[in-house]
Design a protein around this ligand. Structure first.
Ligand code: SF4
Length: 443
């Protein structure tokens, strides 16, 4: 029997049954062990040379959305925010003291939470602190923003500092779905945010959108996508909502009976993909889209697309230093995650200690498999080392039989229409994931 087809994709539920990671790293965060990584963090910082990127985590939001799996809490106490910012400044000083003079910062990304939960003056102070502490190489500045708290003062700060990339949490433009996920924000508010950011000099705006939400059907998703296309953000990320209330208790407020099933989710992803492509976007990786003029689309075209803890990126720096509670640093041989709890993070940093409390050292085999997984997700193909060729032949067979991937000499290649299976195909090379795990469905 022929498989069902939705837009450009064929639906093979058996190939999507196994939960797989999103592979923003390999080994994934599930392999991190809990212990002090302070000494290894110091050593890794000292060993850095050349270009690095910085990521600063602000774990606060003015309102907490019911679906959110981020490490964030309510920004309702001034003293709590001030204490956290003081710790961030201290961590910047601690890191500064360890870096070799050749280290140059080429990117600074603010994420969260909602970085605009802090005052714009505090944001400017953080930028000044980093400018004094680190050698800058015309860094690209980016920020995640909650459009509901994007005040005129924030737009002034964004223009003054020279932020050129911004990501807006939009998720859906449908009022009923918004009410069902605890994030109400009228479309005209989003339009004003886009207009304000453009006037402030931001030339790459991303919308985070979701499918698989309660009460969301094809028509509801299509309307959000059409309105998005009309606003013309340079980038769109279309994620599948993962309902895991046992792991994320705030999701218990979402009515699970109103959620679409697996087949509906797949169809929404397929039709969403086709609609965005028809609207002028280029598909990038398995869930990102970019207008052809955007750096992300150019990176996908030129084969330089990368994947890191922030998702698909055109960032080429070989190391990422994470600052703030729960942020993850990526070094060539090591991933380190800072203490997640903001209170404990403050205590550690206040004690002049680096706050890395989880992580994993990457072996040569991890680096090899990680590079293959990144290639599959970013370039749609990878070279098969001879030691893994037999395993690939055997495990790729179910995908190859359905025309989703092929082995071509010493390369594994995803076929057109293989995109929704990319994570499942990549998981073939994941030595830590022989059985099912605690991850989300691939679609
Ligand atoms: S604003 Fe963003 S980070 Fe904050 S709770 Fe909502 S989804 Fe999560």
């Amino acid at each position: 029997m022929l498989p069902e087809r939705f837009a450009d994709w064929s639906y093979h539920p058996d190939l999507l049954a196994r939960p797989v990671p999103r592979y923003t790293s390999y080994p994934t965060a599930a392999e991190f062990t809990e212990e002090s990584f302070e000494d290894r963090q110091f050593a890794a910082l000292r060993a850095l040379r050349g270009k690095v990127s910085l990521y600063l985590h602000i774990p606060y939001c003015h309102e907490i959305c019911w679906y959110c799996g981020c490490n964030t809490g309510a920004a309702n106490k001034r003293a709590r925010l001030e204490g956290y910012l003081e710790a961030l400044h201290r961590e910047i000083e601690l890191v500064e003291g360890e870096l070799h003079p050749s280290v140059r910062v080429s990117r600074i990304a603010f994420g969260g939470g909602s970085p605009n939960a802090i005052a714009p003056t505090d944001f400017v102070r953080l930028i000044h602190s980093m400018t004094l502490a680190f050698r800058m190489e015309q860094p690209v500045l980016s920020i995640e923003l909650d459009p509901r708290s994007l005040t005129p003062d924030w737009l002034v700060a964004i223009r003054g500092i020279g932020v050129i990339k911004a990501s807006l949490g939009v998720q859906t433009l449908d009022p009923r779905v918004q009410a069902a996920i605890g994030r109400v924000q009228p479309t005209d508010l989003i339009e004003r945010a886009v207009d304000g950011l453009r006037k402030a000099g931001v030339n790459s705006i991303n919308f985070d959108l979701m499918y698989g939400l309660p009460f969301q059907d094809d028509a509801v998703l299509a309307e959000t996508l059409d309105r998005t296309i009309a606003m013309a953000p340079e980038r769109v990320a279309l994620f599948g909502y993962a309902h895991v209330p046992r792991m994320i208790p705030r999701q218990q407020r979402i009515d699970a009976t109103a959620l679409p099933g697996q087949r509906d989710r797949f169809r929404m992803a397929a039709e969403g993909n086709a609609r965005l492509v028809a609207g002028g976007y280029q598909a990038v990786g398995f869930d990102h889209f970019a207008l052809p003029r955007d750096d992300l689309a150019r990176a996908a075209e030129s084969g330089t697309l990368r994947r890191n803890f922030q998702g698909f990126t055109d960032d080429q720096a070989p190391a990422l230093i994470g600052l703030g509670a729960s942020s993850i640093s990526e070094f060539p041989d090591l991933y380190v995650q800072n203490e997640k709890n903001a209170g404990r993070y403050r205590m550690l940093v206040g004690d002049n200690r680096l706050p890395g409390r989880k992580g994993v050292a990457r072996t040569a085999d991890d680096r090899l498999r990680g590079a293959m997984i990144e290639d599959i997700l970013c370039q749609g193909s990878t070279r098969l080392p001879s030691a893994l060729a037999g395993l690939a032949q055997q495990r790729i067979a179910p995908f190859a039989e359905r025309g989703l991937a092929r082995i071509d000499g010493d390369r594994l290649v995803l076929e057109p229409g293989g995109e929704p299976y990319a994570r499942s195909i990549a998981a073939v090379f994941d030595i830590y994931r022989e059985g099912a795990g605690q991850f989300s469905s691939a679609v």
